[in-house]
Design a protein around this ligand. Structure first.
Ligand SMILES: [Zn+2]
Length: 200
């Protein structure tokens, strides 16, 4: 049984178009699970592979490339944009882990507003920020709020305790447990199996 739901493949297409070659230039591995919805993708800017922790936001060039791929405007100097992204990412990870970090999350959201209008071709939404540096983080969190509203409980962290990746579970059964069956699912199953064998 596959734990991956339908639609992942399409969402993955070209997800890290600008970022991938920059990662390669830095001799970083390709980012796993690229192509998740924006609110989840913010969380997956850090990952672990081969015992090494990676964080896109530790690198100016990688952060800038990620912003381009996500179509997020860099409307202020990068360090300020990144500080808000980091805060949003940390707060969101806490919230998903079930810890009370809503005040932190809401502090980021407080930097932005939606102004609604009727345009020539229908309704339009304008995003407005009191601090342009917070725009990218705000947009990520807004995407998360929309997604969690449409699909409650479907945004989860991979069950492999060594893995920090998150995913939007689009499987019909809603019981996806791992970022990837191949990477984390099988590894954890193998570990549990050998623990059982040893315990006999
Ligand atoms: Zn995983």
């Amino acid at each position: 049984m596959s734990s991956r739901g339908g639609g992942d493949g399409a969402a993955n297409a070209g997800a890290d178009e600008v970022l991938a070659p920059v990662l390669a230039r830095h001799e970083w591995p390709a980012r796993p699970l690229a192509g998740q919805p924006l609110g989840v993708d913010l969380l997956n800017t850090r990952w672990a592979a081969g015992g090494v922790d990676y964080d896109l936001f530790e690198h100016d060039e990688l952060t800038a490339a990620w912003l381009v791929d996500r179509k997020l405007r860099q409307a202020a100097p990068l360090p300020a944009v990144r500080a808000h992204l980091r805060e949003a990412r940390d707060a969101l990870a806490e919230v998903i882990a079930g810890r009370d970090a809503r005040a932190r999350l809401n502090a980021v959201l407080d930097h932005g507003r939606l102004r609604l209008a009727l345009g020539e071709h229908g309704p339009v939404e304008h995003e407005e920020f009191d601090d342009p540096a917070a725009g990218a983080a705000w947009t990520c969190l807004r995407a998360y709020l929309r997604l969690s509203d449409a699909a409650p409980g479907r945004i989860r962290r991979c069950e492999n305790p060594d893995c920090v990746l998150h995913f939007h579970d689009v499987s019909r059964s809603g019981d996806r447990r791992w970022c990837s069956m191949a990477v984390c699912g099988n590894r954890l199953k193998a570990r549990r199996h050998s623990a059982r064998v040893r315990g006999r």
